[in-house]
Design a binder for this molecule. Structure first.
Ligand code: DAK
Length: 263
């Protein structure tokens, strides 16, 4: 996969590392970058598990994850162009959110506006201690347009989301940890090793089970408890047609490590 604004590296263990690479603009999301992300997520959806088993997303440089949508580009948008751009970004982030593999945001600096919305479309966020997170859109006369008003409150609760969105203030990594927006805060040099360690554990588990667990957590969020439980039972049952389920449970009885094959 060759892109102008994205760097993609496949580690030997099957973890993919995606770096948003526009450091001259603090990795702001311009139209070209969004289009590349669209292509990237489409390709990833079609890729077999053995190729990429999990994805980590970060920003180039030490200062910024992503400082938002590209404000300079947006300043000349017409109403139609703005709506198109918003829809396009929403689709790309939904593609990302619906990947079957674990996706972790390694927030290494500013995660603002569209940058935080990108991180919110990942399964969870680890941040470096210098990170600053926020949705500054209303300070520009905008509202979040890539899902921020929808996803933030699901993670931090309604009132914290209201405070962040209406004030447009950034919060520190520690504050983000306290409100549950990020799962872990570490020194910047420790960020990637820490994320990789967690992700390595995840890819050692049954991949079909992880994919189903991910689907369940996402899908059941909007459901009633009864509907969620019904869907959980269906997905639980479906696992028993896979060899990996047999392997996992047999390995336990035989007191050995399971060898999952995604079959
Ligand atoms: N867009 C374009 N360029 C940006 C940028 C951005 N979001 N953020 C930074 N840059 C550029 C700066 O312009 C500067 O470029 P030069 O002037 O050197 O050419 C370079 O990156 C370095 O930035 P600074 O010199 O400003 O660096 P500082 O350390 O002084 O400040 C900062 C860092 C992150 C505090 C500051 O750059 C800043 O405030 N940036 C803007 C942050 C922001 O407001 N982000 C939210 C963007 S709004 C929608 C779709 C999507 C959205 C909304 C609606 N629809 C279509 C409806 C989403 C909106 C957003 O994300």
């Amino acid at each position: 996969m060759e892109f102008k604004n994205l760097l993609f590296e496949k580690k030997e263990n099957g973890i993919g590392l995606l770096t948003l690479n526009r450091p001259q603009a603090l990795n702001a999301l311009n139209k070209e970058l969004i289009e590349e992300l669209e292509l990237f997520t489409q390709q990833l959806h079609e890729m077999p598990w053995s190729e990429v088993k999990a994805l980590v997303i970060t920003g180039a440089g030490e200062k910024s994850f992503v400082a938002g949508a590209d404000i300079k580009e947006m300043s000349v948008y017409t109403q139609e162009q703005a709506q198109f751009f918003s829809k396009k970004g929403q689709k790309v982030f939904r593609n990302l959110e619906s990947l079957k593999i674990p996706v972790v945001a390694a927030v290494n600096g500013f995660a603002l506006g569209g940058g935080l919305e990108l991180a919110l479309s990942c399964d969870f966020i680890y941040a470096s201690s210098n990170a600053k997170l926020g949705l500054p859109e209303v300070s520009l006369g905008l509202i979040p347009g890539f899902g921020g008003t929808v996803r933030l409150s699901r993670v931090v609760g309604l009132n914290k989301a209201r405070e962040m969105v209406y004030s447009a203030e950034m919060i520190t990594a520690d504050e983000a940890f306290q409100c549950g927006l990020v799962n872990k805060v570490v020194a910047q040099v420790e960020l990637m090793p820490t994320v990789m360690k967690t992700v390595e554990t995840m890819i050692s588990r049954g991949p079909i089970a992880v994919a189903k667990a991910k689907l369940m957590v996402l899908e059941s969020y909007d459901m009633s408890i009864d509907a969620g439980l019904e869907l959980e039972a269906i997905n639980f049952g479906q696992l028993f047609k896979y060899q990996d389920t047999k392997e996992g449970t047999t390995a336990f009885s035989e007191k050995r490590k399971p060898q999952f094959k995604n079959v």
